[in-house]
Design a protein around this ligand. Sequence first.
Ligand SMILES: Cc1cc2nc3c(=O)[nH]c(=O)nc-3n(C[C@H](O)[C@H](O)[C@H](O)COP(=O)(O)O)c2cc1C
Length: 244
Amino acid sequence: MVSADTRSVVVDRQSAQTPVDAASTLEQLLAVRASYRAFTPEPVPELTIRRILETAQLTASWCNSQSWQVAITRGAGTERLRDALYGAASTGATETTDIPFPREYRGVHRDRRRESGFQLYNALGIERGDRARQQEQALQNFTFFGAPHIAIIHTDEALGTYGAVDCGGYVSNFLTAAAAHGVGTVAQAALAMYPNILRRELDLGEDRTIVCGISFGFPDVEHASNSYRTTRAPIGEIVEWIDN
Ligand SMILES: Cc1cc2nc3c(=O)[nH]c(=O)nc-3n(C[C@H](O)[C@H](O)[C@H](O)COP(=O)(O)O)c2cc1C
């Protein structure tokens, strides 16, 4: 049911060099990566998943603690997790998340959140006040949007917030590495809403903090939910230069 992976293809960091045109490659990659919310059922080849994992494993972490642990599902493993999580979410079951969800989105954070929500609803033809369809769409988180795989990222609760910060870097690099292989992803805090179910299904101890999940697979590019791209604030809204 749950098996540890002892094989590893180590990326040789000693001989690694900055590739020619690295900056524009990275810019393109980060620009092309997007969250996908509809996937084909086709599984991702194991070698591709391994290369994504090897790349994400290069993530920096405090003291090089590499505080992330990852459960990757495939085949019946994905179905078992899907059944467990969708079963809970569709009946309205609730748990307390290990990491508290945001208390409030206010100011620009509220505005940006609303904009991305409306983009999704517009793409799917969901009216602004249509709570039923909005909830139905939210529930799709627990079907993993049809993805053949999920990665559940967890960390040692003793590491506290900085363990989660390390995991955030890992998640970001996983998403980017996947994009480089043509694999679609969506990070999902929603999956962390059921930490006890995940600990039970993944055979994890109480000392494991569930950070988030990532659904991944080959995107269904024809699906309306994958038809738009979110925006970003200009860096002038983000950065202050401190000169003296
Ligand atoms: C930590 C984290 C948690 C997220 N949780 C969810 C989620 O539960 N459900 C979802 O549909 N998208 C989720 N997302 C995806 C974001 O909505 C998405 O990254 C954001 O709107 C920017 O769009 P983009 O990824 O297409 O650039 C999450 C992203 C991150 C980084």
